[in-house]
Design a protein around this ligand. Structure first.
Ligand code: SF4
Length: 333
């Protein structure tokens, strides 16, 4: 049983150590705009706070409201998203903004938020709790770890975590509890070497009492990430490079790209590779060979080399272009 005192100490610690982030309102002031909560939560999925901060500010300067984002051409949003990964999210972002703008604002409950494009269980709970104060358990990996330790659960069931979070919310604002747990997991109850000496939950913490807090929750076995191989073509003419747009559906859908082969499970050596880059996606690792070619291929456009940074290339192709340019300079020297 999580005590009311534990919840009160958690919130006091959150208030005293509030992490000012551009998408947050300090505790005690009116809840933040659901647009900023939604945008930040989507950006923060699998990306660090430090990376998201400047990108969030740029995004907000360009599209300060959900209506502004709804009116933006999808290709411009995808370009602005370049480097944040998971481009399906950027496409859903536009679809969701258009739906929200059409209905005159974000719905105020997790159940209705979840029906919007790209908003899953976690994001709907986070927006409902943080922007609207609903008592909803938004459980990310940080929150799961903190609760598993607090309750001493080695293999917690999602329902056990949710009910403990709701227990902490009983006498507190839902959004404050969610953000307090997120902060605690990021700064104190870290995966390794948790700082139990400064933790407000320590008096109630079963993992601390066990003497080995890092043992909770138990680590799951590591998955072996599959490997894929492909070749990208570097086609250069008069200080321009030939770029194409990837098909709308699928990985990096709709993004600017170097043309090239499909990615397969068998290595296919390029005849004259400028080099190979390795890029780790969530579900596989890709070795992409870069091959110089003469003839342009498929529908595309000539991008001036001095404006390559404006092409909206995702990280994979930025790395590939960087390598090709470096090798060419080395060959020319
Ligand atoms: Fe995590 Fe230690 Fe706090 Fe328990 S006492 S919640 S293990 S930091």
């Amino acid at each position: 049983m999580v005590t009311a005192n534990a919840a009160a100490r958690l919130i006091q610690h959150y208030v005293d150590n509030f992490r000012a982030l551009p998408w947050r309102s300090p505790p005690g002031v009116p809840a933040p705009d659901p647009y900023t909560v939604w945008l930040s939560e989507v950006m923060l999925q699998q990306t660090t706070v430090a990376t998201v901060k400047p990108r969030f500010e740029r995004f907000m300067a360009r599209w300060p409201t959900v209506e502004a984002l709804a009116a933006a051409p999808q290709e411009e949003v995808l370009s602005e998203w370049a480097g944040l990964g998971y481009y399906a999210r950027a496409r859903n972002l536009v679809a969701c903004a258009r739906e929200v703008a059409a209905r005159g604002g974000f719905p105020r409950s997790a159940a209705l938020l979840r029906a919007l494009p790209g908003i899953g269980a976690y994001t709907s709970a986070a927006i409902a709790a943080i922007a609207f104060g609903e008592k909803r358990a938004a459980v990310d990996t940080n929150v799961r770890r903190v609760i598993a330790r607090l309750k001493g659960l080695e293999r917690p069931e999602p329902a056990e975590i949710e009910s403990a979070v709701l227990g902490l919310m009983a006498a507190q604002h839902g959004g404050d509890v969610v953000q307090a747990l997120m902060d605690l997991g990021a700064t104190i109850c870290r995966p390794k070497q948790p700082r139990c000496g400064t933790c407000p939950l320590q008096p109630d913490c079963a993992a601390f009492a066990s003497g080995d807090p890092e043992a909770f929750p138990a680590r799951s076995g590591r998955r072996v990430r599959p490997h894929r191989f492909g070749t990208a073509w570097w086609i250069e003419r008069d200080r321009h490079v030939w770029l194409v747009r990837r098909p709308a559906k699928g990985l990096l859908g709709g993004m600017a790209a170097l043309p090239g082969t499909d990615w397969t499970e068998a290595p296919e050596p390029a005849p004259t590779p400028l080099g190979t880059i390795r890029h780790v996606f969530t579900h596989f690792t890709l070795d992409l060979a870069i091959e110089a070619r003469e003839e342009q291929t498929g529908d595309g456009w000539w991008q001036p080399l001095n404006l390559l940074n404006d092409a909206g290339l995702p990280t994979l192709y930025r790395k590939a272009a960087g390598l090709a340019l470096k090798r060419r300079r080395a060959l020319a020297a």
